[in-house]
Design a protein around this ligand. Structure first.
Ligand code: HEC
Ligand code: HEC
Length: 210
């Protein structure tokens, strides 16, 4: 009996995992192949920069946002960027601007844009330093196992280091409250124990990281 419950538990967490992390797809394979070929990658980055001329209105020059509610895209993992572009385009992630705007990008441009933003370095932002120690404690306990000690992410989990405080707070709160704007079961589970002031502390810790 116990073995059976254990097995059911494993199957459940495997399915949560599969639904919650970027799916293998032709586009993700193509992204990876380009990333492994330095000459092709260079060409993709240059084409991506051209395709982002109007993204800069909101996301800032080179994906370094000057608007608090708009995320930096610079330095983000390309697989994560491509996955979020897909989610907006099919309405799995909701934002009135992004869902419409993303339709102008062709399939290949989505991949190029992801490589371009990933290639730019993102600077850390200023934090309320009095909140940083509490934020660090919570992040180490609840978040490091996926996002990593340095919060720089990888192809399964986004970079959080240097991200804007208001954007971080909004995003974390949306996962916790399961309002349907952003759906991710791993994130809803991880953020369930957080109070609002915990979220503010974590956001301040993350924004000053590089
Ligand atoms: C009118 C302003 C605006 C423009 C123009 C815009 N975006 Fe966005 N973008 C946003 C906002 C706001 C968000 C955050 C939405 C949220 O709160 O979930 C966002 C989020 C994103 C995200 C998710 C980032 C993350 O960390 O999860 C990606 C990727 C993205 N935009 C790509 C683009 C690309 C590529 C373009 C150009 C084709 C573009 N955006 C143009 C406003 C804009
Ligand atoms: C079990 C793995 C896991 C844990 C633990 C986890 N995360 Fe995440 N996190 C993810 C995944 C997967 C995503 C991408 C979800 C998506 O596509 O919307 C994500 C996305 C995010 C985002 C959105 C980033 C962006 O650019 O929009 C933030 C912010 C975030 N996590 C913060 C946290 C914090 C804070 C904690 C700890 C309280 C945490 N995460 C714990 C897996 C995890």
């Amino acid at each position: 009996m116990r073995a059976l419950i254990f097995l059911a538990g494993c199957l459940l967490s495997a399915s949560v995992w599969a639904q919650s992390t970027p799916q293998a797809s032709a586009a993700q394979e193509r992204l990876k192949a380009l990333g492994a070929d330095p000459v092709a990658l260079r060409a993709a980055i240059d084409a991506g920069k051209k395709a982002t001329f109007f993204c800069a209105n909101c996301h800032g020059e080179d994906g370094i946002s000057k608007t608090p509610d708009v995320p930096n895209l610079a330095g983000q993992n390309p697989a994560y960027l491509l996955e979020q572009i897909r989610k907006f385009s099919v309405g799995e992630r909701k934002d009135p601007f992004m869902q419409g705007l993303i339709k102008v990008l062709k399939d290949e441009e989505r991949i190029q844009v992801a490589h371009y933003y990933a290639s730019v370095k993102v600077p850390p932002s200023v934090a309320d330093n009095s909140l940083v120690p509490h934020g660090k404690e919570l992040f180490t306990k609840l978040c490091v196992r996926c996002h990593g000690e340095q919060a720089r992410g990888n192809e399964l989990f986004p970079r959080l280091a240097g991200q804007k405080v208001p954007y971080l707070k909004t995003s974390i709160t949306r996962y916790r409250d399961m309002t349907g704007v952003r759906n991710n079961q791993l994130m809803s589970i991880a953020t369930a124990p957080l109070k609002n002031e915990d979220i503010t502390a974590i956001a301040n810790y993350l924004t000053q990281m590089r």
